[in-house]
Design a protein around this ligand. Structure first.
Ligand code: ADP
Ligand code: ZN
Ligand code: ZN
Length: 735
């Protein structure tokens, strides 16, 4: 009998599996799909995943190589989970090796055993606990560290210490030598700390109804949309739904946007559930990530909370999936394997035959459409939980109100009033830096990036020019590079400039700026939030980092500055995104018993999007946007795939896309519209020229039939070797 053939997903950019003979040491029958196998690939040994065992290969015997070794005793994923991965390979037309890599923690990609090396925790020993405070006197670093460890009976991991201390390893080593600190191996999951007596709010009837709807649905696939404004108690509803799933002995998977995975959210889950909770986010060390992944897989973590990629985490007994802030663009991966974490979650629920709950204050137009079609059952939470009222939205017409550094007098007056009344003020501006560009009054030179079709942003504090697209970072010129004039002026405003201006206007009032620049240092975000919560800061200036996850109960005024950018964009999703952002930011105001006021500065007060926001609620507006999509034929009324190409060589991307287009046209599939290749909206980025080709169809299945044949063919195109290309199915952004 001939030996079986292993079809393996090998890390490679090719859209195919690779055939191997089973490793010598094992009989083929004991290895099943879902196990990792080490195989020779080119000149290297790589880790792949066995996808299929077949009895035939087209590879001639003399070229068929033997796998080196099997790395797992059992499959890493259940059969259902493997079906999900295979579905993702097919649906996104992405190389299987890269899809499987995405689904594996780094250490498993590298071939480590799939066992959690216990994570080291450090805690004060008996002797350490017996020391007087401030010991050892001569070594303040050790003293501070010991003091911190004494306050944690469970001890702290290296990862936790690294977030709190800059240099701590030498001090820790000395404390261990003294015998004052001991290390113990433990689970990466902190011990459960729920308080069974803990207070929980009495649910209001819509919350009760939402939880009951999912409970009554019972087991089996079902999709639900929890639609409620910020503060309407959605999280409380998820907790209630999950509680029932846990009581039935099953697991819950909760997906949140990167920025929404805040300590407060995790804390709420920890306080509620007396079980270990695995948290998967980008800040974990490789060891911690593996440990959390394995805890999800073997069921020792009944609750798993994570960002986008957590959707592929194996789980022993999945009972429900929750996707919070389902509209958030960060669920869509923007490079490499461009999957949508939300859409994969819905497919996972379908394959696993469990309910999936999407939640948002501003559901995406796609999701609303699914709700209208009856595919998703809407569960509406109409009011704010507790007693807070809806914020009041108003427009400030900046055509009739001169601006100082981007701020109008009515907005500044309102800020004054709210601060005097003891409230906090939030100014939202989605632009970092001091000004988006620097301008020479002598010759009209502008600070353009040499490698991108973009301006370099002026940072006044750091005295630098930075490009947000390629990372270029230059010292501020003291004179114009073109005409040597010293008359250089910042044009427009970013958060830094608004901060400076507000400090000038309100010198006595504490202010914090929250954006990617001010929160780069580890722990900085926490410190800034403490300033706000402690009431020392009364003014917050920030970007969309403020729009998600964090609650600012004392904020009574929200000012939205520079929102007009979204009104006239070429991207068909721009209006939706802008409305969501405004509503999300507005949702930070008047959280507690205070009435919030929201002021939006605009040059276009008659624009239907803005007047719609002021006069109606988001749902009304979103239904209007959906009607518009129906008329224009954009998603969800059609389906898109975008082929992108980029190269240093100016002509290469369009040459490749032109050839790709001819191939696609050759399929002659009616119902698929094949657009002409065009330069990307930002044609040059990081020194590369970019172009794109759009395919559009009313029928998802027709489009995918084309993609299935076409994408592998693209791999063979000669013009394709001169570019970097990628396929984006259901693109979130059109550039
Ligand atoms: P969302 O997730 O929709 O923003 P949350 O679940 O976070 O809303 O609820 C907002 C606030 O209201 C939280 O502080 C929460 O504890 C509280 N809350 C939620 N439901 C109720 C309720 N039924 N009664 C009183 N307070 C509630
Ligand atoms: Zn000049
Ligand atoms: Zn650049």
């Amino acid at each position: 009998m001939p030996e079986p053939v292993f079809r393996i997903a090998v890390p490679s950019p090719l859209r195919r599996l690779f055939d191997y003979l089973p490793p010598g040491a094992v009989a083929g029958g004991t290895i099943t799909p879902g196990q990792r196998v080490r195989v020779p690939f080119g000149k290297r040994q790589v880790v792949g995943v066995l996808v299929e065992v077949v009895d035939h290969t087209d590879i001639p015997a003399e070229r068929l190589k033997r796998a080196t070794e099997c790395l797992d005793r059992e499959p890493l994923w259940s059969e259902t989970e493997r079906r999900l991965l295979d579905w993702a390979v097919d649906y996104y037309h992405h190389p299987p090796g890269e899809v499987y890599q995405t689904a594996l923690p780094v250490l498993l990609r590298q071939g480590r055993v799939a066992r959690a090396a216990g994570i080291q925790r450090y805690r004060a020993s008996e002797a350490g606990l017996a020391q007087a405070k401030g010991e050892p006197r001569r070594a303040p670093r050790q003293a501070v560290l010991l003091d911190r460890l004494r306050s944690e009976p469970e001890g702290l991991t290296a990862g936790a210490l690294a977030t709190e201390f800059v240099t701590w390893r030498p001090a820790l080593a000395r404390l261990q030598e003294r015998g004052w600190v001991e290390s113990l191996e433990g689970s990466c999951l902190p011990a459960p700390q729920a308080d069974p007596e803990g207070e929980r709010p009495l649910l209001n009837p819509p919350q009760e109804a939402a939880i009951a709807a999912v409970a009554d649905h019972g087991v089996g696939f079902g999709a639900f949309l929890v639609d409620g404004v910020t503060g309407s108690g959605k999280t409380e509803v998820y907790l209630g739904m999950i509680e029932r799933v846990l009581a039935a002995g099953r697991q819950a998977l909760v997906l949140v946007p990167e920025i929404g995975l805040t300590p407060q959210l995790i804390e709420r889950f920890r306080r509620r559930f007396p079980v270990p909770i695995a948290v998967l986010h980008s800040g974990l060390s490789d060891g911690e990530r593996l440990c959390a992944w394995l805890a999800a897989r073997d069921g020792s973590a009944p609750v798993v909370i994570g960002t986008r990629s957590a959707v592929f985490t194996p789980m022993a007994d999945l009972g429900i999936i929750v996707v919070d802030e389902e509209h958030d663009p960060s669920f869509k991966q923007q490079d490499g394997f461009r999957y949508s974490g939300r859409d994969v979650a819905v497919m996972r629920a379908r394959l696993s035959d469990v309910p999936v709950v999407l939640g948002s204050a501003t559901p995406s137009v796609e999701t609303l459409h699914n709700a209208q079609l009856g595919r998703y059952r809407p569960l509406v939470l109409p009011e704010r939980a507790g007693t807070a009222l809806h914020p009041d939205l108003h427009l400030i017409d900046i055509r009739h109100n001169p601006l100082t550094d981007g701020l109008s007098e009515p907005l500044l007056k309102a800020a004054e009033r709210h601060i005097a009344a003891g409230g906090q003020v939030l100014i939202f501006l989605n632009r970092r830096g001091y000004s988006p560009t620097l301008f020479c009054r002598g010759c009209r030179w502008q600070s353009s990036c040499e490698r991108c079709d973009a301006r370099m942003v002026y940072y006044a504090g750091a005295r630098r020019l930075r490009c947000h697209h390629c990372g270029a970072d230059r010292r501020l010129p003291t004179e114009c590079p073109e005409c040597a004039s010293a008359d250089l002026a910042p044009v427009g405003q970013g958060t830094e400039r608004v901060e400076e201006s507000l400090r000038g206007r309100f010198p006595e009032v504490g202010l914090v700026r929250i954006d990617r620049d001010s929160t780069r240092r580890k722990g900085a975000m926490g410190d800034l939030l403490d300033e706000v919560r402690g009431g020392r800061a009364r003014i917050l200036v920030g970007t969309q980092m403020l729009a998600k996850g964090h609650h600012f109960p004392e904020v009574t005024l929200v000012g939205i500055v520079g929102a007009d950018q979204g009104l006239f964009s070429a991207d068909f999703r721009a209006a939706e995104r802008m409305a969501q952002l405004i509503i999300q930011v507005a949702g930070r105001a008047g959280r507690a018993e205070r009435l919030g006021e929201v002021l939006i500065q605009t040059e276009f007060p008659e624009h239907p999007l803005l007047s719609g926001l002021v006069e109606h609620d988001y749902g009304h507006l979103a239904r209007g946007l959906l009607d518009e999509r129906r008329e224009t034929g954009w998603p969800p009324f059609s389906h898109l795939a975008l082929l992108r190409a980029e190269a240093v060589d100016r002509d290469a991307p369009l040459a490749f896309l032109e050839e790709a287009r001819r191939l696609a046209v050759g399929y002659g599939l009616p119902g698929v519209e094949i657009w002409d290749p065009v330069p990307a909206p930002m044609e040059k980025r990081a020194g590369r020229v970019r172009a794109q080709l759009l395919l559009q169809s009313d029928q998802r299945s027709t489009l995918h039939r084309l993609l299935a044949g076409w994408t592998p063919q693209l791999e063979g195109l000669k013009t394709g070797r001169r570019v970097r290309w990628s396929l984006d199915v259901d693109p979130g952004e059109m550039f």
